[in-house]
Ligand binder design. Structure first.
Ligand SMILES: O=c1ccn([C@H]2C[C@H](O)[C@@H](COP(=O)(O)OP(=O)(O)OP(=O)(O)O)O2)c(=O)[nH]1
Ligand SMILES: [Mg+2]
Length: 178
């Protein structure tokens, strides 16, 4: 058992496919979307409201500010997949090159870093999500089973004399604090 993928238990009966490589020398394991998912065009995200909010920022109350901010947040596409790996390994979740061209989808964080200790975390069992923004004019309609991203297992190195972290991972996307 060195590294690999499993289906998250809530998707047990969802008929998901584990990530797979499509050609003999491919580095990336393609991830499929676990659900039908529409990523709205950023230009349609209450755009007028946002413009208005930017213009009137100072006079907006905190609720209205939070609403305007929320409308601009990236979307998280569920994969229903978790990944296990060695303690000195990481799974890099990268976009497919065709996504910006065909679907106008980008990963705002550049790449996703899936840590070994994310696996089976107590919050969400380690389900991997792909964080996306749709810069196109039209909504991006993703079907369950569409290949949305690719995962690449990599070894990583540790710095000399580091103070070993004591904290245990609780979840993802900001769970370790600010
Ligand atoms: O595209 C991504 C990126 C991350 N993750 C999960 C796996 C990863 O182990 C965890 C935390 O990611 P990261 O360390 O990059 O984010 P953070 O903002 O530092 O959050 P945390 O405080 O939880 O470490 O979120 C995903 O599912 N998809
Ligand atoms: Mg982190």
């Amino acid at each position: 058992m060195s590294r690999g993928f499993e289906i998250v238990s809530s998707y047990r009966n969802a008929d998901l496919r584990l990530p797979y490589r499509t050609t003999q020398r491919a580095a990336g394991y393609d991830f499929e979307s676990a659900v039908d998912f529409t990523v709205p065009s950023i230009w349609k995200l209450d755009f007028l409201k946002i413009l208005w909010a930017i213009r009137h920022q100072e006079s907006l109350d905190s609720v209205a500010q939070a609403k305007a901010q929320k409308a601009l947040k990236p979307f998280l596409i569920p994969t229903g997949i978790k990944a296990y790996m060695g303690p000195d390994e990481v799974l890099i979740l990268a976009n497919r090159s065709s996504n910006p061209l065909k679907r106008s989808l980008v990963i705002p964080n550049g790449i996703g870093v899936i840590d070994a200790d994310y696996y089976n975390n107590e919050n969400n069992e380690g389900e991997i999500f792909m964080q996306v923004l749709n810069f196109g004019l039209a909504d991006a309609k993703i079907k369950k089973g569409d290949r949305i991203g690719q995962g690449i297992f990599m070894p990583f190195l540790k710095a000399d004399d580091e103070r070993a972290p004591q904290q245990e991972r609780q979840g993802g996307f900001g769970s370790s604090g600010k």
